[in-house]
Design a protein around this ligand. Structure first.
Ligand code: OGA
Ligand code: NI
Length: 355
């Protein structure tokens, strides 16, 4: 039986005139954001100019960023800047609709499984775990045959065309970044795209963080690593994203027209741990914030393990067991992510003893 969804956080905030954060959303002291102690604030996430003059230099910058950060920003990436801002605009308009209209595409649990697509406040997080200060709109966008248009907003009328164009461009950019990552690992440019056999999935997730009356006692999105292969993130002008670097949280300042890129767990496994899928999180403030993530992931039946050629060349032993992506996701949602705050516990079960 599909259960009746609760009110979204946005609805709770808008109708409840909250002046404190409800208990459900409180996070433990140690997991709270301490912006005043942001000692690493002077460290900045690498910026890669994708129209950079020398290809070899760009590849080298990617290698360094992936080894040292697991995260980087890209500019001159080829995605039309107007399309990026139009996309932000149509999502903003969706979150400004009356909630009766938004609720038409509410995500519901099916066959007792947690909801995975549509508009809602919790995906993959059981009711018993405390919640993130955010709502999301989550849509499976590639392959095209998997699109469930009944879960796409009908308003504004330009929504569908705009988002389809955006997804296409994000997919092309991801594919170019995959080529650069392949090269940075000393492999043929097409290596990773071939590994995924042109069957990668893309999930678009818009995170909406409502204004928060007590930003220091909750979290927009708790610390986690992404379970997929490559993520592109388009943020609006409000700060929120933090990336873990040398055990410190570094705040990533949004820059209009740039993307934040990170490698997910699948790249950590494929690269045998050379490139790490780094923990990150989002804090909130008195201002609303919206970020648009496109997660590129292997097809569900793709088996992902350390790349044999890399192991051979470096005379390394595999550090992870190979696993089918569908199985990996299950362990992510049920063993790791659901036990908020989860961090990266879900990779542990794949580790091979190195003795
Ligand atoms: C995510 C994510 C960060 C942000 O959606 O996985 O990490 O700034 N988002 O919204
Ligand atoms: Ni993430």
């Amino acid at each position: 039986m599909p259960s009746e969804p609760r009110v979204t956080l946005q609805e709770l905030v808008e109708n409840g005139h909250l002046d404190t954060v409800p208990e459900d959303f409180l996070v433990a002291e140690k997991d709270r954001v301490k912006l005043t102690e942001d000692g690493a604030a002077k460290v900045e996430l690498p910026v890669i100019d994708m129209a950079g003059v020398e290809h070899g230099v760009v590849v080298e910058q990617i290698r360094r960023a992936c080894e040292q950060w697991g995260f980087f920003q890209v500019k001159n990436h080829g995605v039309d800047l107007q399309l990026m801002s139009r996309t932000q605009q149509v999502f903003r308009e969706f979150f400004e609709l009356p909630y009766e209209d938004r609720n038409k595409i509410r995500a519901v649990a099916e066959h007792d499984a947690l909801p995975d697509e549509g508009y809602g406040d919790r995906f993959g997080v059981k009711e018993s775990n405390s919640a993130n200060w955010s709502d999301r709109l989550r849509l499976y966008t590639f392959p095209v045959s998997g699109r469930r248009y009944e879960l796409w907003p009908q308003h504004p009328p330009s929504f569908r065309d705009t988002v389809e164009d955006y997804c296409e461009e994000a997919d092309k950019l991801t594919s170019r970044i995959s080529e650069l990552i392949s090269e940075s690992l000393g492999l043929e440019p097409e290596f990773l795209n071939d590994y995924f056999a042109g069957r990668s999935q893309q999930v678009l997730q818009v995170n909406y963080y409502p204004p928060c009356p007590q930003p220091d006692v909750t979290m927009g999105l708790r610390k986690h690593s992404d379970n997929n292969s490559i993520t592109l993130l388009l943020q609006d002008a409000t700060v929120g994203l933090q990336v873990k670097k040398d055990d410190q949280w570094v705040t990533v300042k949004p820059v209009e027209g740039w993307f934040v890129v990170n490698v997910g767990d699948q790249i950590e496994i494929l690269s045998n741990g050379r490139y790490r899928s780094v923990e990150h999180r989002a804090f909130v403030s008195a201002k609303p914030r919206m970020s648009i993530a496109t997660f590129s992931a292997p097809a569900d039946d793709t088996v992902v393990g350390p790349i044999p050629e890399l192991l051979r060349r470096a005379e390394e032993r595999p550090r992870f067991r190979a696993i089918k992506f569908s199985k990996f996701k299950k362990s992510f949602y049920y063993a790791g992510w659901a036990k908020a705050p989860s961090g990266k516990d879900h990779l542990g079960h794949l580790l091979i003893d190195q003795d």
